[in-house]
Design a protein around this ligand. Structure first.
Ligand SMILES: Cc1cc2nc3c(=O)[nH]c(=O)nc-3n(C[C@H](O)[C@H](O)[C@H](O)COP(=O)(O)O)c2cc1C
Length: 191
C-alpha cells in the first residue's frame, strides 16, 4: 500500500475484533515511530507495548472514548482493543514540549497499522497518573498518548463537512467523520 492510499483509508477505529496482535507487529509500529522527525533530532519519546490480556485490562479503564458522541463511545467487551502502545516523553531529554514529536510519531504508527491491516485510535483523554502507576513508569517519563490497536470491526465513513465537524454514529452504529473541504482550507498565494 502506498502512503497516499494509507492516508486516504485511515480513520480512527473504536471497535475491534477479538484477535491477538503479534509482538512483531507492535515492534514494527514502534520502529516506524522511532524514525519520525523530532526537533534537533532530540528523540524524546519512548514506548510501552501492551498485548497481554492482563495488560489490556490494566489500561482500558483509564481511557475516554469519543467525547463528541453523547454518552461516550466506549467499546463493548467483545469489541475492545487487542493491544496498546503507550507513548512516553522522557523529561531528561525534553524538559518541556514533546507534543509535536508525539504527533509525528503517532501518525507513523497509525499509517503503519493501516498498511498491515490493523485499525487504531489515538487517545489523549487518558488518566496519565493512573497509567503511570499501573505500568510502573519511571518519574522522569510523562505519559503523552495511548494508541489502541486491533483488527478493525467497523468501517467509518469519510464525508464532507458543513459547518459542523463533529463525528457521529447513525442508527446503524456507522461512524461518520466529516472533513473540511479542500476549498475551505486552502488559500492560494494569499489568505
Ligand atoms: C491529539 C488527538 C487526541 C485524540 N484523543 C482521543 C481520545 O482521547 N479519545 C478518542 O476516542 N479519540 C481521540 N482522538 C481521535 C479523534 O477523535 C479523531 O482523530 C477524529 O474524530 C477524526 O477522525 P479520524 O481520525 O478518523 O480522521 C484523538 C485524536 C487526536 C489527533
Amino acid at each position: 500500500m502506498n502512503v497516499s492510499s494509507a492516508i486516504q483509508r485511515r480513520r480512527t477505529i473504536r471497535r475491534f475484533k477479538n484477535q491477538f496482535v503479534p509482538e512483531s507487529m507492535l515492534i514494527k509500529f514502534v520502529d516506524a515511530a522511532r524514525l519520525a522527525p523530532s526537533a534537533g533530532n532530540s528523540q524524546p519519546l519512548e514506548y510501552i507495548t501492551v498485548a497481554s490480556a492482563s495488560g489490556c485490562e490494566k489500561i482500558f479503564p483509564h481511557l475516554k472514548w469519543a467525547r463528541f458522541i453523547g454518552g461516550g463511545d466506549t467499546p463493548a467487551e467483545d469489541k475492545k482493543p487487542a493491544a496498546y502502545i503507550v507513548v512516553l516523553i522522557n523529561r531528561n531529554i525534553a524538559a518541556k514540549g514533546g507534543g509535536h514529536e508525539s504527533g509525528a510519531a503517532v501518525q507513523n504508527i497509525l499509517l503503519s497499522a493501516i498498511e498491515e491491516g490493523y485499525g487504531a485510535c489515538w487517545l489523549r483523554s487518558v488518566d496519565r497518573a493512573a497509567i503511570k502507576e499501573a505500568f510502573g513508569i519511571a518519574g522522569h517519563c510523562d505519559v503523552d498518548s495511548v494508541v489502541a490497536l486491533g483488527k478493525p470491526a467497523e468501517s467509518p465513513i469519510t464525508e464532507l463537512a458543513g459547518d459542523d465537524t463533529k463525528y457521529w454514529r447513525d442508527d446503524r452504529g456507522l461512524l461518520h467523520v466529516p472533513k473540511r473541504s479542500i476549498d475551505t482550507i486552502l488559500h492560494k498565494e494569499k489568505f
